[in-house]
Design a protein around this ligand. Structure first.
Ligand code: GDP
Length: 446
């Protein structure tokens, strides 16, 4: 996502590098290039205009700074303005003081509401809540069933109208759903509503009726980021027709341009709360304007990476590994452990994509070559080794290599490759640990 925008912004800003002073003409040229980058990314025109005006004004009035050169100063301004367009502070979901809290989802058909219901439920459950899904999309054939399926995957209960009991009235189902939640002590109710292919009055009326019946604590407008400029008109229609308190952007994985993300907040005045970037329930995250801005500017998203890492790595174990790295005692068993933990964080390409510099041409090329299958292969090879071999890879001689290759279904050259690379990496990591002073007592002795 945001690839084109990142590339173009990067190019616009790189023109400033190396300049000792910025003239008005430099700023105008850069502003023009940023404007084109935003328009190409499908950002709504009024948003682009306001954005460029602020950049120009701030860049021209910027104080001479000792810490930053002029180019860095402009990058800083662009970064701050991007954060502000994206909403400024991260806005957390608002829950009621007295449970159950009600979260209503609204949006066009196909925007990803039902999938989002499952994602939200899974996420809330992970935070210790007991959510209940309520199926009020009685329009689309199979929508109730689809909600039940995502509910099962998320491990939560779905409240649905009884089959055979007429088509039912979505407002009544919503009301009964909330009553059921009160009864059974669910603390959050997620109401999935019907969408249409386009905005229409009947749809707005139904969503408003449900809203009035259940008085949601949050009404989330769900919008497919791939629809580009239409996202803004649809958002305006829902704002005026139903009203909402937050936005969820979906399908950011498929959107190379990202204009919707940059426009919806500014145009509707409502914050983006969550972002979805895939079909699986875990492809979902809280939306952080600052992190998104730094991702757009190619500055990486280390905070998200660190948070994800914290979920899968065990701190004590990590310290032991760091110590071993420092003393050059890392084994293949440790290496396998680390690899398995990293893979829990998702596809390796996604993880590397969050690192600073991930937008650079070399990094992109490297990322394109990273392949989860390669990792599968490495895992298979290590698993084909005996504990003694994993512990002390130096004993892996020719005949052992042949046995491991046969056992794990690879060539001997693959085993050689892994073992050689492991020794090389261990050496380098030990040096780095020494340089950066991590790795505990052992490292400091080196
Ligand atoms: P609804 O009509 O608003 O309930 O939309 P659905 O939840 O049924 O989603 C429509 C389609 O979009 C389904 O095929 C989903 O799997 C897919 N989808 C939903 N969210 C995402 C996402 O973030 N990324 C991608 N690639 N697909 C998504």
């Amino acid at each position: 996502m945001f690839d084109t925008l990142s590339d173009r912004l990067g190019a616009a800003l790189s023109g400033l590098r190396g300049k000792g002073r910025l003239s008005e003409a430099d700023i105008d040229t850069t502003a023009r290039e940023i404007r084109i980058a935003l328009l190409e990314a499908d950002v709504a025109l009024p948003v682009v205009r306001a954005f460029i005006a602020r950049i120009k004004e701030r860049a021209k009035g910027a104080e001479v700074s000792e810490a930053l050169n002029p180019a860095q100063q402009v990058v800083k301004i662009v970064n701050e303005e991007l954060i502000s367009v994206l909403g400024g502070e991260t806005r957390r979901i608002a829950l009621a003081k007295e449970p159950p809290s009600v979260i209503m989802l609204a949006g066009l058909q196909g925007s990803g509401k039902t999938t989002l219901a499952g994602k939200l439920a899974r996420w809330l459950k992970g935070q210790g809540h007991t959510p209940l899904l309520v199926a009020c999309d009685l329009q689309r054939p199979n929508a109730v069933n689809q909600l039940q399926i995502v509910g099962e995957r998320a491990g939560v209960v779905t409240f649905a109208p009884e089959p055979g009991n007429g088509v039912g009235d979505p407002v009544d189902v919503a009301r009964r759903g909330v009553a059921h939640a009160c009864d059974k002590m669910y603390d959050i109710v997620i109401v999935d509503t019907a969408g249409r292919l386009g905005v229409d009055a009947e749809l707005m009326q139904q969503a408003s009726d449900i809203r009035d019946a259940v008085r949601p604590d949050e009404t989330l407008f769900v919008v497919d980021a791939m629809i580009g400029q239409d996202a803004v008109t649809t958002a305006e229609a829902f704002r005026d027709g139903v009203g909402f308190t937050g936005v969820v952007l979906t399908k950011l994985d498929g959107d190379a341009r990202g204009g919707a993300a940059l426009s919806v907040r500014e145009v509707t005045g409502q914050p983006i709360l969550f972002a979805s970037n895939g079909e699986k329930l875990e492809d979902f995250d809280v939306f952080h304007p600052d992190r998104m801005a730094s991702r757009i500017l190619g500055m990486g998203d280390l905070l998200t990476l660190i948070e994800q890492a914290e979920q899968v790595f065990d701190a004590e174990k990590a310290q032991v590994t760091a110590d071993k790295i420092g003393s050059g005692e890392l084994t293949l068993e440790d290496f396998l452990d680390q690899m398995l933990a990293i893979r829990k964080m998702g596809p390796i390409g996604n993880i590397l994509g969050m690192l600073p510099g991930a937008n650079s041409a070399q990094m992109k090329e490297a990322l394109a070559q990273v392949d989860d299958k390669q990792l599968d292969k490495l895992q298979a090879i290590i698993r084909g080794m005996t504990p003694a071999e994993r512990d002390n890879p130096k004993i892996i001689n020719g005949s052992r290599r042949l046995r491991i290759a046969n056992g794990s279904g690879v060539q001997v050259s693959d085993v050689n490759d892994l073992v050689n690379r492991f020794f090389e990496a261990r050496k380098q990591m030990k040096q780095m640990a020494g340089q950066f002073g991590f790795g505990g007592a052992a490292a400091r002795r080196v």
